[in-house]
Write a new protein. Structure first.
Length: 555
């Protein structure tokens, strides 16, 4: 249904005349309770911009009201109750069907994402991110179908049984701007994990790619209808005020929230959710330290410089795993490495940033570092041509200066920017590591002949405690969709170091509740906790051991 909205623009002519003009714009509908509906009296509108050209795009989107969000929550609660009777195989069929629907619409989805984000069609969007997205949907389907994710636990002697189960309310998902498919609120890892665990989803689109989100939501709705899922399995709004967002995550009928974005936005939502006792899982800022030991530089400085440059400048540096901090010992080899890397940064064309505010945010972070002693080695300025862009930038600081201002010098700079810290000796290196904030990743580069092993063993325990994923001799940019992956870490990388937003089935546990059954009659138990193994292959923890056998109880 087409919806029109009046906008008024006021401006002053050169002769001083005040002018007010009326404009009639077409608003894109929102997805409520299985239907695309016009927004009800939106409080305002938004219009995305192509970051490669700085030109406004054609479509205009509504900013939803509190009343509209309330209607969505009520529909989602009904869907949550319906989901309790949906068998896991049906949920899995939906996820598989959705992945196939996305592939059918790949050309349109990729083109829209390219226009809204400036990210290249190939290989980034079409050959890397889109297959990753459909892969994680299919992994979630396999986990739902296999059922072992629910950790069915049975004490047959005491007749107490437990399993992880759906929350009983919708999961709200706030998607980031930098991954329009793989972390999208309607197709990304949080969505896949929430649905696979048996929950409906309320998706808040990112303002950076609302059209992409709409196309993906259309594919999800088609799949939901084909698989006879609840009408409100997925609902989606484009934008809302901060106040309405905080009310949403704290709503009594909401099960939990998954958020990927800025630390400021995440902490505001967390405060609201915590005050209401509602679970919220956050991925926020991360500097992802890279420690390069002397033997590695003596052995292969050029190769490491190439790897670091490629990692730091990929996607214009707009990866949550971007290596934003490099720590070295103050030696000639480290100075030579900096010189080589600076040449690589100058020679690499700066990429397109995701939004209008990105260059200013980068400039602000760099100025903050400079105020605490950091010196620019290369770059440091916004570019006026070719869309929203910023020079690839390196800065340096001594270990002593870092230790004087560790908090300020770990402010995230979301772009192709990194700060190199030169520690005076091994003791100062340990101190720098001790003052690191939590990050998603950290990596240690060492030589292949063992000369760095003693220092590695000395500093690794401290570094290990600071991050979710520790790497050796490999930059952190890629995040494989693997059951063994941890895409989380200590604060401020995430809100809780136990959980990951990538990696099925572990990511599903965030959006579940532990249900225990004490002396419940056998026919009233969920199939996963009854004596017969419901699939014949599901793993259950029975009487102290993992088993795929049927339980044997009674005389």
């Amino acid at each position: 249904m087409v919806q029109y909205h009046h906008l008024q623009y006021a401006y002053t002519r050169p002769d001083g005349t005040e002018v007010i003009e009326d404009h009639l714009v077409t608003l894109q509908p929102i997805l409520i309770d299985g239907e695309w509906r016009p927004a009800r009296r939106p409080i305002s509108t938004m219009q995305p911009v192509n970051p490669s050209t700085k030109a406004p795009l054609d479509d205009t989107y509504p900013v939803s009201t509190e009343a509209e969000v309330e209607a969505i929550v009520l529909a989602s609660y009904q869907a949550a109750q319906e989901m309790r009777s949906i068998p896991p195989d049906q949920i899995a069929d939906f996820l598989d069907t959705y992945a196939a629907r996305i592939e059918t619409r790949a050309a349109d989805v990729v083109e829209m994402a390219h226009t809204e984000t400036g990210l290249p069609r190939e290989p980034r969007l079409n050959s890397v991110e889109l297959p990753r997205t459909t892969n994680q949907l299919r992994q979630a389907a396999a986990a739902a179908r296999g059922r072992s994710w629910c950790h069915a636990t049975m004490d047959t002697k005491l007749n107490i049984r437990s399993k992880y189960a759906p929350l009983g309310g919708a999961v709200v998902v706030f998607g980031p701007n930098n991954f329009p498919f793989a972390f999208n609120a309607v197709s990304g890892g949080d969505f896949a994990a929430a649905v696979a665990a048996g929950n409906p989803v309320i998706a808040k689109a990112n303002p950076g790619h609302p059209g992409t989100t709409r196309l993906l939501a259309e594919a999800a709705l088609d799949a939901a209808r084909a698989c006879e899922m609840p009408r409100a399995l997925l609902q989606m709004v484009y934008h809302m005020s901060n106040e309405v967002g905080q009310q949403l995550v704290a709503h009594p009928l909401i099960g939990a929230t998954g958020f990927t974005g800025s630390r400021k936005g995440g902490l505001q939502l967390k405060a609201a959710a915590d005050a209401a006792g509602k679970p919220i899982y956050l991925e926020m800022s991360s500097v992802n330290p890279v420690v390069i030991l002397p033997g590695a530089l003596r052995e292969r400085a050029d190769k490491i410089a190439d790897e670091f440059t490629a990692s730091c400048t990929a996607g214009a540096g707009q990866f949550c795993t971007n290596p934003g901090l490099v720590i070295l010992l103050e030696e000639d080899t480290s100075e030579a490495f900096l010189k080589i890397t600076a040449e690589r940064f100058r020679a690499t064309p700066p990429g397109v940033l995701l939004g209008e505010r990105s260059p200013g945010n980068l400039a602000g972070s760099i100025a903050g570092w400079q105020a605490h002693g950091a010196q620019i080695v290369v770059g440091g300025h916004a570019l006026s041509d070719g869309g929203y862009r910023f020079e690839n930038t390196l800065l340096r600081v001594s270990g002593k200066q870092f230790l004087e201002s560790p908090e300020a010098l770990q402010t995230e700079a979301f772009g192709a920017t990194s700060l190199l810290v030169f520690a005076a000796d091994a003791g100062e290196l340990e101190q720098v590591i001790a003052y690191l904030d939590g990050s998603l990743t950290a990596c240690l580069y060492t030589d292949t002949h063992g000369s760095d092993d003693a220092l590695y063993n000395r500093i690794e325990p401290g570094l290990r405690a600071k991050v979710g994923r520790l790497l050796n001799d490999k930059m952190p940019t890629g995040v494989a969709v693997s059951p063994a992956m941890n895409h989380g870490g200590p604060y401020p990388a995430s809100g809780h170091p136990v959980f990951t937003s990538v990696g099925i089935p572990a990511a599903m546990l965030r959006f579940s509740a532990l249900h225990s059954y004490d002396n419940v009659r056998p026919h009233r138990l969920p199939p996963e906790l009854q004596d017969p193994n419901p699939t014949g292959e599901m793993w259950r923890f029975m009487d102290g051991e993992w088993s795929q056998r049927d339980a044997v109880t009674g005389p």
